[in-house]
Design a protein around this ligand. Sequence first.
Ligand code: 13P
Length: 284
Amino acid sequence: MGLVSSTPLLQEARKNGYGIVAFNVHTLEMMQAVVDAAEESRSPLILQSTVGTVKHLGMDYLVACARVAAEKATVPIALHLDHCQDFDLIVRCMRAGYTSVMIDASMHPFEENVQRTKKVVEVAKALGVNVEAELGKVGGVEDDIVVDEADALLADPLECVEFIERTGVPTLAPAIGTAHGIYKGEPNIDFHRIEEIYNRVGIPLVLHGGSGIPAEQVRRCVSLGMAKMNVATELKNAFSESIKQSFLNDPSELDPRKYMVPAKEAVKQLAKQKMELCGCFGRA
Ligand code: 13P
């Protein structure tokens, strides 16, 4: 069916109280594995790439592979650009075929975040592409964006309202206590804040830092307004740990097709777990 915009997918998810998982993929095999997980569980899917992966694989390869996946699939698939600060790159990705983009201007003062987001929303609207923006600051490490825990800042609900009114952004990632990467202890999620923000803005919210959040906390976030959950670190780890294990089992193996089979399986199983957790099994 081709790549679709994630806006209607996320609106539908919110309306029915489930979440769609957006997976950061870095290789063809990782992409195929999450697509297989979506097909087998009949879940809608968001494929996601960071700016670093756009540079690593090439925008054209990423779009071409995601398009093939979406054309063959019987479930809806969107392609999203994660955490991008560069307006020109965002526009190039939209033109190349990305159906969803994140403008991350959360490191700037509120007013500048509004202006930068508004500019992206204007172009995206004309192209039928979803836009996600961030308010507050999500801590941790994602690609080369590093936010120290001391600098992480929770989103202010009233600022969220003003931000959405002024930018027209269709999806919002408010910082609510999660962080990118693996948590040292349990995340300190401000559930009341999620509820308050969602009740005030009424648009699908995005949960960043999806790796390592305990199951019941993910369910609670989804029930309160999170319609999209980003998962990067756990997926990358599952893929790499499997390959490491293959080499421990047989250090002489030289055929990538051999160690990629279990690595794909590990990614697929993890993806299915996350999809089930967000309640999106059978929703496609
Ligand atoms: P994790 O690496 O914690 O899964 O976070 C992913 C994310 O939010 C990407 O934007």
